[in-house]
Design a protein around this ligand. Structure first.
Ligand SMILES: Cc1cc2nc3c(=O)[nH]c(=O)nc-3n(C[C@H](O)[C@H](O)[C@H](O)COP(=O)(O)OP(=O)(O)OC[C@H]3O[C@@H](n4cnc5c(N)ncnc54)[C@H](O)[C@@H]3O)c2cc1C
Length: 401
């Protein structure tokens, strides 16, 4: 009997958090945000802080895209190591991007406090460890790059990792003091609720079908035939942005996750730390605020949902085996397993800003393992554009870079 679910854990844990209407009339707004995942919700929060009349629409239920499948590890360290990013975009840009991620975690914490969200946000350390002995030299190189850039990092040997976490087959690693975790699904709903109380309009099951331009305004037609007249559109439509942007700018993959039954006793040593390794594809692990352990990875280089979902059982077994290999003392029983679409860019950086094919529009597309911290940086970049300023990081996030 298959007692595991193919639904992301967060959907089941939280149930129906809030209700939102669909759009039933023609409306006008200053800012229209397309997409109600974690990115759109954070963007809406920023627009409301900035005093814009703001409307958000989503074609599905709120936060039922990638934001329901995410493992929500909050890390300033992006998928491209600092020393490699330095080779790609230079030292100044690479370090500035890592520091932006560092700040993003603090900013998330302060927004969680501001809106009093019950999303289990927790500050954690993060351990990036060598999955193979051959990975140690590059990891040491990364350690030096981070130290030189001023990050508070510590090198842990194989023995120290084993002693501290009972983590086997880790051949050395970088421990950093800045990281965190959150329930992104819950946080997105809490953000929208907070902002609806101060005037944000939110409509779910409302699809952007068509856009036209009239007197410098954008006129959006929705699936019900209603129109939204907006001064600016901010697309926070995640991986579905690939449906509208002609050029290939992101490689879409499938990633798999399992989460165990609550096990307070066995995970005491793990609760304060996020873990990820140097394998390709890498695995990532963390505990949740209700005392479960989750592990994700086993990425496949395709996005076909049918093919992806057929693999969930097989991938769950593989992830469990990997977990047993590195934490042989942990009594893990799989409670839920699921899969989601994941994106990789050529440099590990997001796409944030204007696109030449879309007038009066901005995009906030945080891809890779740092989508959530990128959304925080993204909302600041867009806020600057809306105030006719150019954020210092904007040039690294341009389309066609
Ligand atoms: C398995 C997995 C693990 C991950 N782990 C991490 C992690 O540990 N840390 C991390 O930071 N990130 C992680 N990510 C990435 C992270 O989940 C994403 O970056 C983030 O959820 C993206 O949020 P979003 O709001 O941009 O996109 P989404 O949540 O996908 O939201 C986009 C929304 O746009 C809506 N939409 C699209 N087109 C239209 C339209 N035409 N009209 C109206 N609405 C539209 C969709 O319905 C959707 O709700 C992970 C992702 C996966 C799948």
């Amino acid at each position: 009997m298959d007692l595991t679910s193919n639904e992301p854990f967060w959907l089941i844990k939280n149930g129906l958090v809030n209700n939102y209407p669909s759009l039933k009339e023609n409306i006008q707004t200053e800012i229209l945000i397309v997409g109600g995942g974690i990115t759109g919700s954070l963007m809406a929060h920023q627009c409301m802080e900035d005093g814009f009349k703001t409307t958000l629409i989503d074609r599905r239920e709120i936060a039922n895209g990638s934001s329901s499948a995410t493992t929500s590890m909050l890390q300033y360290e992006i998928d491209t190591p600092l020393y490699k990013l330095t080779e790609l975009i230079g030292k100044e840009g690479a370090e500035a991007n890592f520091w932006a991620g560092h700040e993003a975690i603090d900013e998330l914490e302060s927004i969680v406090k501001q809106i009093q969200s019950d999303c289990g946000f927790k500050k954690k350390e993060s351990l990036y460890y060598a999955a193979y002995k051959k990975d140690v030299p590059n990891l040491l190189k990364e350690f030096e790059a981070r130290k030189t850039a001023g990050f508070n990092v510590q090198w842990l040997s194989e023995e120290e990792i084993l002693k501290k976490y009972k983590l086997h087959n880790a051949f050395g690693g970088i421990l950093t003091d800045q990281g965190g975790s959150i329930d992104a699904f819950r946080f997105a709903h809490d953000l929208l609720k907070f902002n609806m109380e101060r005037g944000l309009n939110v409509f779910d099951k409302t699809n952007l079908e068509n856009t036209a331009y009239k007197n410098e305004k954008v006129i959006v037609t929705t699936n019900f035939g209603n129109t939204i007249e907006a001064e600016k559109i901010i697309y926070c439509n995640g991986y579905e942005s690939t449906e509208m942007i002609k050029e290939k700018f992101v490689n879409l993959l499938s990633s798999f996750v399992i989460i165990g039954e609550p096990n307070e006793e066995d995970q005491k040593l793990l609760n304060e730390t996020l873990f990820w390794d140097t394998a390709e594809p890498y695995i990532y692990l963390r505990t949740t605020d209700d005392n479960r352990l989750l592990i994700g990875g086993e990425d496949e280089d395709f996005k076909d949902p049918v093919k992806r979902d057929q693999l969930i059982g097989h991938k769950s077994q593989k992830l469990k085996k990997k977990l047993e290999k590195i934490f042989p003392d942990y009594q893990f029983r799989t409670d839920f397993s699921w899969a989601g679409t994941f994106g990789e860019t050529k440099d590990g950086l997001p796409y944030i800003g204007e696109h030449p094919d879309f007038k009066n529009s901005y995009f906030v597309l945080g891809f890779g393992g740092n989508g959530i911290t990128f959304s925080i940086t993204g909302k600041k970049v867009i806020s600057d554009f809306l105030h006719h300023k150019i954020h210092p990081l904007a040039k690294y996030f341009e389309f066609r870079r």
